[in-house]
Every structure is written in structure tokens, then in C-alpha cells.
Design a protein around this ligand. Structure first.
Ligand code: SAH
Ligand code: SF4
Ligand code: F3S
Length: 474
């Protein structure tokens, strides 16, 4: 009988993509995928270290598996991804029943490592080099690139795919663990990305989301010239079958006019820009080593608004960073009010061992203050999200149907309607009723009501050009 595997994934889209690629490599090696831990011979956790909470979740799941392993010692338990790279052999100390610890730069070796474990049950640790004190080239090589040919069966949604265009990060924001666990910034060759997107289009993929920690610093060299993100978008815009192109996450300082013009001019590129500000206070931005001032961030917002009117801009904020005063926080509130973001992800600062902030500054904002600031900022952002969503009521927008909605109360029987969810080109979530056969189609939906997270609508077959800035395709 083939061995069965189950992967549990936490963290960002990079991790979701990595899990898909791991699943594809295991399917190709003859494993079978199952959707729960109980039935699995191999249980894999693809982990995240960005905040303490993400790690706690994994360690407690590992703890709960201890008695399972006692009863079924043949089960293989593997820890993959960012926490594997960060905690290394420490994971075996905290959870001695773990068999395998594999960093994000080694996940391509997984079928091989599992075969090795099958023959000899000695626990295996495979990670990349530490960035400190080693020549850059050696460290780069130790983060092995792993974006093999794509397998439609391994994707959660056949019509949508993520495509990595760069690895790692060189920004070293003082609070952030990502540069240590994901390694040096390296852009993938444009030709390779183009071939991958063409292959995805052949598999029926309509939407691709390009991934990078600072996606707009993408740079490849070809025939002595440089290929920037704007150039790459132009090339991908020409791939037949692809209807929508998104890219995340942008770094404010690299949001140049050429890129904004590409977003404006290329019909398949979504007018959606995720460009985290993190704070509205210059003192805090400086301690975070973000490399821009709030004035520069505001100028960038103005350039976005001027070049791509109607674009949806979204942001991330950290509250309660070391030394953040009430006044600093108020400046963040001011930036959220001014920015009118479609939505913002708001996080309480979580100190990470191995980062500069953890070394240099005291985590001096009490938890209850962090929580209050988080709630306050979220309430302000939610009110803005509601105001930004309200004008959609009465408009018809084109959505890519993604699947049943989370709260799909209406049961489907014999092709009857079910509650479906999809997204506009501006990444707004739309919920409506329709048969599940519509999944993977791009359709017009007339919006009837909105809350701060979701638009609610009804399928319409009219093709009127109402939702300026939303209805991009003729
Ligand atoms: N590369 C992206 C995102 C990286 S992680 C960027 O530069 O924006 C995603 C988000 O997690 C960050 O934008 C930041 O808001 C948050 N984050 C990162 N480290 C954190 C920490 N130590 N505590 C709390 N939030 C953190
Ligand atoms: Fe982390 Fe900053 Fe790099 Fe984003 S840009 S991954 S926040 S170091
Ligand atoms: Fe987490 Fe790693 Fe992504 S630390 S946010 S999974 S790059």
C-alpha cells in the first residue's frame, strides 16, 4: 500500500506554496495525500516563526502527538520550514519524537530524506547555513531553490496559483526573523518564471499571484540588461490563458513609477497593492530600520493614487514595538486614517530571538497596552474598510469564483445552489449563491450589500461597465 502523508501549514503564502510543492514531490514519489493526521503515515508541519504565537501552535500540536508516536512508532513526524531553520536541533530537544527537521532551503530533498528515514530511523536534520559570518555565495547556495514543474493535482484551487519570483530577504527590519530563516534575497530568472506561468495557464490556471518578501525589488539580468518587476509583468501579461496577475508583498521604497505605470497599463495586472507601512511614527520606523519616513510613505501613497486611481492599497502594522509611545501610536492612527487602506493586517509586536530588535531594545510595552492599541487600530481600519466597500453596493463587478464560502450553510444537492465565494480584481471578497459548477469562472456579480470584510451579491448576466476600476476586462 502506498504511504500516506498529511501536511499542516501555518504562516504566509510562501509556506502555502512550499507545502504545495512538497505535496507534488511526494505524489510524484508514489505517496498518497490524506486530509487528516490519523490516517497519515507521514505527518508534516510546515512552520512559521514570524511571531511567538505561530511557534506555540506547532509546539503544542507536536506535544499532543507524543502519545500517538508511543502507540505508532512507525509514524514519521516532520517539522519543515521557517521554525525548522530557526530552532534546528532544539526541536528534537523539545519534542524528541520528531523524526525530521527540514529548513525551507531543503524541502526539495524531502522524498529522499523520507526514504533515508525508512531505511534507518536515526532522526535527520537538514537546514541551510547561518547567514552570519559566512560568505554570501555559500549561504545563497545552501538555500536550495525548489520550484520544480507544477502539478495541478497538488494545488488547492486549479484556477489559481502562486508563483515564487524571489527567495529570501535582505532588508533585515529589526523586528523580523524572515531574513535569517529564508536566507539572502535571490530573484529567479525571468525566463523560468515565464515558462512556469505558461505551464500553469496550460493547466487551466486563470490567476497567478507572484510571491516575494519584497516582490518589487525583483531584478534579473538578461542579455546584459536588467529585468525589473514591471518588465516581468509585461511579459506575463502576454501569456495566453492567464486573466489576472497579482503580486505581493511590496516594499515602500521600491514602489517606483515604472511599476505603477505597468499596473495602470497592463490589462491583466490587478490594481491591488499590498505595501506594508508598519508604523506611522518616524521614530519607530527608524528603530524598525524600515528605510523610509512616514512622509516618504505618504508621498508613495499619493503617487499610487495619482497613477492608478481606484487601486486597492493594503498594509500591515505592528503595534507595541519597543519604545512606542502613545504619541507614536497616534501617528499610526493618523496614517491609517489618511491611507484609506482596503484593509490592514495589524500585529502586536512579538520579540524574536536572533533579531536586532531583540538584541538592542527592550520589549517594554505591556501586553494589555499592545492589545488595546491593536483593537483600537483595528476598529478604525474596519470603519474605513466599510466606507471603502459601501460604494460597491449597486455596482456590477467581475469576480473569479474560488469555491464554497466558509459559511456555506446551503447544502448542495444535485447541482443546486450553494453559497460561493470569489474575488474582484481589487482582491475584495464577494459572496453569492450559485451552483458549484461555476468555480473557476470569471463572472459578473451585482453587489447588494457590504460589510467591512465582504461584499454580498447576486449573479448577473448583464455585461455593463459599471464598476469603474473593477471591471477591467471588456
Ligand atoms: N515581507 C513582508 C512581510 C513579512 S512578515 C514585508 O516586508 O512586509 C508579515 C508581517 O508580519 C510583516 O509585515 C509585519 O507586519 C509582521 N511581523 C513581522 N515580524 C513581526 C514581529 N516580530 N512581531 C509582530 N509582527 C511581525
Ligand atoms: Fe521582514 Fe522587513 Fe524583509 Fe519584510 S522586508 S520580510 S518585514 S525583514
Ligand atoms: Fe512565517 Fe516564514 Fe512566512 S517566518 S511569515 S512562514 S517566510
Amino acid at each position: 500500500m502506498p504511504k500516506r502523508f498529511y501536511i499542516e501549514t501555518v504562516g504566509c503564502q510562501m509556506n502555502v506554496l512550499d507545502s504545495e510543492l512538497v505535496a507534488a514531490s511526494l505524489l510524484a514519489a508514489g505517496y498518497e495525500a490524506v486530509d487528516n493526521r490519523r490516517d497519515a503515515d507521514v505527518i508534516l508541519f510546515n512552520t512559521c516563526s514570524v511571531r511567538q504565537h505561530a511557534e506555540d501552535k506547532i509546539y503544542s500540536a507536536l506535544g499532543r502527538l507524543k502519545h500517538v508516536k508511543d502507540r505508532r512508532p512507525d509514524k514519521i513526524i516532520g517539522v519543515l520550514g521557517c521554525m525548522a531553520q530557526k530552532d534546528r536541533a532544539g526541536i528534537f530537544k523539545r519534542a524528541p519524537h520528531v523524526d525530521l527537521v527540514v529548513g525551507p532551503g531543503q524541502i526539495g530533498q524531502l522524498p529522499l530524506l523520507l526514504a533515508q528515514l525508512g531505511a534507518d530511523r536515526t532522526p535527520l536534520l537538514e537546514i541551510s547555513l547561518d547567514r552570519r559570518g559566512k560568505p554570501r555565495g555559500e549561504v545563497e547556495d545552501s538555500f536550495e531553490q525548489f520550484d520544480p514543474l507544477r502539478m495541478a493535482e497538488a494545488r488547492q484551487a486549479r484556477h489559481q496559483a502562486m508563483v515564487r519570483i524571489m527567495f529570501g530577504c535582505d532588508k533585515f527590519c529589526t523586528y523580523c526573523i524572515v531574513p535569517s530563516v529564508r536566507g539572502p534575497e535571490q530573484s529567479r530568472p525571468a525566463r523560468e518564471i515565464e515558462a512556469e506561468v505558461a505551464q500553469l495557464a496550460d493547466q487551466g490556471c486563470l490567476e497567478v499571484t507572484l510571491l516575494g518578501q519584497t516582490v518589487n525589488s525583483y531584478e534579473d539580468s538578461e542579455n546584459g540588461g536588467s529585468v525589473r518587476l514591471a518588465d516581468l509583468l509585461e511579459r506575463l501579461n502576454g501569456v495566453e490563458g492567464i486573466r489576472r496577475i497579482k503580486f505581493v508583498t511590496n516594499y515602500p521604497r521600491h514602489m517606483d513609477d515604472g511599476l505603477l505605470q505597468a499596473v495602470r497599463d497592463l490589462d491583466k495586472v490587478s490594481p491591488y497593492l499590498h505595501v506594508p507601512a508598519q508604523s506611522g511614527s518616524n521614530a519607530v520606523l527608524k528603530r524598525m530600520k524600515r528605510g523610509y519616513t512616514v512622509e516618504e510613505y505618504r508621498d508613495m501613497l499619493e503617487r499610487i493614487r495619482a497613477t492608478v486611481p481606484g487601486a486597492a492599497v493594503t498594509s500591515d502594522f505592528i503595534v507595541g514595538f519597543c519604545g512606542e509611545t502613545e504619541q507614536d501610536f497616534q501617528q499610526t492612527v493618523d496614517l491609517v486614517r489618511l491611507g484609506r487602506f482596503k484593509n490592514s493586517f495589524i500585529f502586536k509586536y512579538s520579540p524574536r530571538t536572533g533579531t536586532k530588535a531583540d538584541e538592542l531594545f527592550e520589549d517594554d510595552i505591556p501586553e494589555d497596552v499592545k492589545r488595546r492599541r491593536n483593537n483600537e487600530l483595528l476598529a478604525i481600519q474596519n470603519a474605513i474598510s466599510q466606507e471603502e466597500n459601501d460604494p460597491f453596493v449597486g455596482r456590477t463587478v467581475e469576480i473569479l469564483v474560488e469555491g464554497p464560502s466558509k459559511a456555506a450553510h446551503k447544502r448542495e444537492s444535485a447541482g443546486q445552489t450553494v453559497q460561493l465565494t470569489g474575488r474582484t480584481v481589487c482582491d475584495r471578497i464577494v459572496v453569492f449563491d450559485g451552483p458549484s459548477g461555476l468555480i473557476g469562472q470569471i463572472l459578473p456579480v451585482r453587489i447588494e450589500s457590504a460589510n467591512s470584510f465582504t461584499l454580498f451579491g447576486r449573479l448577473t448576466f448583464a455585461n455593463q461597465e459599471e464598476g469603474r476600476g473593477e471591471l477591467r476586462q471588456p
